[in-house]
Write a protein that binds this ligand. Structure first.
Ligand SMILES: Nc1nc2c(c(=O)[nH]1)N[C@H]1C(S)=C(S)[C@@H](COP(=O)(O)OP(=O)(O)OC[C@H]3O[C@@H](n4cnc5c(=O)[nH]c(N)nc54)[C@H](O)[C@@H]3O)O[C@H]1N2
Ligand SMILES: Nc1nc2c(c(=O)[nH]1)N[C@H]1C(S)=C(S)[C@@H](COP(=O)(O)OP(=O)(O)OC[C@H]3O[C@@H](n4cnc5c(=O)[nH]c(N)nc54)[C@H](O)[C@@H]3O)O[C@H]1N2
Ligand code: SF4
Ligand SMILES: [Mo]
Length: 718
């Protein structure tokens, strides 16, 4: 049954979660139309969002379960496929114990799915071995934010505050390509007289907008931030009163920074002392200022310390927790924020609770109707889990990730996946990882199902169903329901997303990420609600009238006792026990793999505007492939000349982990000691064949942004 009018909903891809309307077309497909009332993007969309319906087409998606028979994947009925998965998981558990079962989730899953997946792992499978691709994304910023502020919400203020601040230092974000409609916030900042400093080893489309662009050597952002703090102290720009009243740990952080002389920092980073001084001037002179980080400084084996050092700058200058100021992380995946709050992370329970906290275990166990002692402890982080496949972990259920393309040291990860006794994948397309599975389940997509997403601002949104899914597909929630049934758990896995959300509200109540005052009804009426949003007596405390179908004059909305949500955090106090923010006492250290004679060049990796992540979805869209047809190696003319490579010639990039080949793209917009590859493609040009899985000790984030390589001309190339 097709709906006839436009349905207001949100894009399937990145953390901006742009609003869009979906309008049915006569041929049964849907058309994307402008939804100007949603404040984040005000109708603007990037090419990926605009073309997203192409992936709904049965030409490119899966519409039947697949089961491996005699070496090949062949269509099967849902019953056969689900039985095979239940049998595969049960036999591994019987032979090797529950911790031999692994679960791998994704930051693209709705809150309802991520919540259910964490519950499924712990209650149905009884395994501790669950983690997700968000570990590869913003985990370092999350860890640093947690340490400094006592809570991790990517942006503690809405995007609309950005144009009204005095200066933005944007560290390792290429948002002109990764969140194009958000570029507007930076343009408006400049129109309002604010300044923009961009820190990126490449002159990206974003860096082109900057008043000042610093091009540090990859992996040296920690030294850079320490050098800036040194200058802030030396120039007497510390906000002493703020430091005294709102922070703790300044003396140690100050001492650490004072050991990082500007000249020393210049030698490490390649950023000159005058540039450092100019950055400090631009940041300190205006009344208000912000530091925003993204994957550049975060995807490092010292990402947590690095973000800590950038937060230190906002504390020393009295910016954090003040209006139009502070630190924020630009989270990446569609539900990168919500997906890290409700329990698909190895050490976590819903509401951003810790799995090791006895009170948290009791609370969640009660909501789940299980014995707290039955909940397993923390498991391995994403890369460690993938590395243990085929040895300690023998069967894997994977939902919403494509690690064969996106994991570090991907050839090794692919080999570990092949060594599994049993692999089941739920996906909308036959991804490179799904192609290795024993069973593939085809699931419904964004436009075909309702659910909530939490965008990079901490704004909880309702993504609405706009059309009927094709025959043959089922939702991830239905998959979990069916598998739970087959594994002997008959209750607790509803397939109606609103019912799941009602349970999530209760599970999150009282936690850091408290959603208990948010209802589907509210989300349908408001342009999202920012967490924390605790239930009040009047507002959604019991959730009994939360249905979208009930009358609009909700008694819970009358009066003034409904919690309005929290767009801005920390204005009165930080979320630590004593209300003070914590400085990070950090010192610089080298990347895990410094260049040497054999591997003299640095490789860094990232994204292009027209492909998304592992490309599983966007490589199936003709228009996007025409714009970004394949991998490339971006390199400086000096390096190209040494190789004798011309524009478009295939070049080989070799690291200790493997070799990749892709056409050269020659540009003066990159440091001569560095090459860049986007990671969206499998096969010969797969960037992750090369990357180093050295992990940050706290966040367990791999070092995607810096490893040692050599670059070679390819013999016999045209
Ligand atoms: N088009 C597109 N948009 C996306 C995505 C996508 O795949 N494609 N993915 C989404 C997701 S999940 C994420 S996480 C975000 C990521 O969004 P971004 O963080 O903006 O993306 P990246 O390209 O990974 O990295 C940003 C920049 O970091 C720079 N960089 C590399 N090494 C360093 C370093 O050592 N220090 C510094 N300071 N900078 C460095 C790179 O040159 C690059 O320009 O994008 C989201 N949006
Ligand atoms: N070298 C290098 N590698 C990187 C990075 C980098 O900067 N450099 N960035 C890292 C980052 S930040 C990230 S976020 C990861 C992302 O890398 P991946 O985890 O591989 O992300 P996607 O390609 O988005 O994979 C999502 C998969 O889930 C499917 N899918 C989409 N929606 C649903 C759904 O609702 N249910 C189910 N079951 N499936 C769904 C899609 O079709 C796709 O196959 O890559 C990381 N890898
Ligand atoms: S910026 Fe992100 S959310 Fe917006 S249309 Fe593009 S991919 Fe979708
Ligand atoms: Mo990400």
């Amino acid at each position: 049954m097709q709906q006839i009018s436009a349905t207001p909903t949100h894009c399937p891809y990145c953390a901006l979660q742009c609003g869009m309307n979906l309008t049915p077309a006569p041929d049964g497909t849907v058309e994307v139309t402008e939804r100007a009332d949603f404040p984040v993007n005000r109708g603007a969309l990037c090419g990926k969002g605009r073309t997203a319906p192409a992936v709904l087409s049965s030409r490119v998606r899966l519409t039947s379960p697949l089961v491996r028979r005699g070496g090949d994947l062949a269509p099967a009925t849902w019953d056969e496929a689900l039985d095979r998965i239940a049998e595969g998981l049960r036999s591994v558990r019987d032979a090797h114990g529950a911790d031999a079962l692994g679960v791998f989730g994704g930051g693209g899953l709705t809150n309802e799915k991520a919540y259910s997946l964490g519950k499924f792992a712990r209650v149905v499978l009884g395994t501790s071995q669950i983690d997700y691709n968000g570990r590869f994304c913003m985990s370092s910023a999350a860890a640093a934010g947690m340490k400094a502020f006592g809570v991790d919400r990517g942006l503690p203020f809405p995007l609309e505050d950005i144009p009204r601040t005095g200066c933005v230092i944007l560290v390792g974000s290429n948002l002109a390509e990764t969140m194009p409609p958000a570029l507007r916030y930076l343009t408006e900042l400049k129109e309002n007289g604010g300044t923009l400093v961009v820190i990126d080893p490449r002159r990206t489309r974003t860096a082109e907008q900057a008043d000042l662009h610093l091009m540090p050597r990859p992996g040296t952002d920690l030294a850079l931030a320490l050098g800036l703090l040194h200058l802030i102290v030396a120039e007497g720009r510390v906000d002493e009163e703020y430091v005294r009243e709102r922070t703790a740990g300044w003396e140690d952080a100050r001492a650490a920074a004072m050991a990082h002389w500007p000249e020393y920092v210049e030698r490490i980073t390649g950023v000159s002392v005058p540039e450092l001084r100019e950055t400090v001037r631009l940041f300190c002179e205006p009344e208000t200022a912000m530091v925003l980080t993204a994957r550049g400084p975060e995807q490092q084996s010292k990402g947590t310390d690095t973000v800590g050092a950038w937060i230190n700058l906002t504390l020393a200058t009295g910016r954090a927790g003040r209006p139009l100021s502070g630190y924020g992380c630009l989270t990446g995946q569609g539900n990168g924020q919500g997906g890290r709050e409700h329990g698909q992370k190895a050490d976590q329970l819903p509401g951003y609770r810790k799995l090791t906290d006895p009170a948290a275990r009791r609370h969640v166990a009660e909501v789940w109707g299980v014995d707290p002692d039955s909940l397993p402890g923390p498991g391995r982080s994403a890369y460690e889990l993938l590395d243990a496949l085929g040895t300690d972990v023998r069967a894997l259920l994977l939902m919403a990730s494509n690690p064969v393309v996106s994991a570090p040291r991907a050839a090794h990860v692919e080999e570990r996946i092949r060594a599994l006794d049993f692999l089941a994948v739920c996906d909308v397309v036959l991804s490179e990882t799904a192609a290795l599975a024993d069973v593939v389940l085809p699931v419904t997509q964004w436009a075909e199902e309702t659910g909530t997403m939490t965008n990079l601002e901490g704004r909880v949104l309702l993504r609405r169903r706009a059309l009927t899914p094709p025959d043959g597909v089922r939702s991830d929630l239905e998959v979990m329901r069916e598998l739970a049934d087959r594994l002997g758990v008959e209750k607790g896995f509803p397939t109606d997303p609103e019912e799941v959300f009602e349970e999530l509200r209760r599970a999150s109540a009282g936690g850091a990420a408290d959603y208990s005052g948010i209802t589907y009804r509210r989300l349908a009426e408001e342009n999202g609600v920012f967490w924390p949003c605790p239930a009040t007596d009047a507002g959604g405390g019991d959730g009994e009238d939360a249905s979208l179908d009930t009358t609009p004059d909700d008694p819970a909305r009358e009066g003034d006792t409904v919690h309005p949500g929290t767009p801005r955090l920390f204005l009165d106090r930080f979320a630590t026990e004593d209300g003070r923010a914590r400085f990070a006492p950090v010192t610089h250290r080298a990347i895990a793999e410094e260049p040497d004679d054999e591997y003299p060049v640095l490789l860094t990796t990232g994204r292009v505007v027209s492909q998304y992540q592992s490309g599983a979805q966007t490589r199936r869209v003709d228009e996007l492939n025409a714009a970004a047809p394949g991998p490339f190696v971006e390199l400086h003319p000096h390096l190209a000349a040494r190789l004798g490579a011309a524009e478009g010639d295939p070049v080989a990039v070799v690291s200790r982990r493997g070799r990749a080949v892709a056409p050269a793209r020659i540009t003066t917009g990159i440091r001569p000691d560095t090459v860049f590859m986007p990671f969206h493609w499998p096969g010969e040009g797969r960037a992750n064949t090369l990357t180093n899985p050295a992990l940050d000790p706290t966040s367990r984030m791999p070092e995607f942004k810096a490893c040692a390589v050599r670059v070679e001309a390819v013999e016999g190339s045209v």
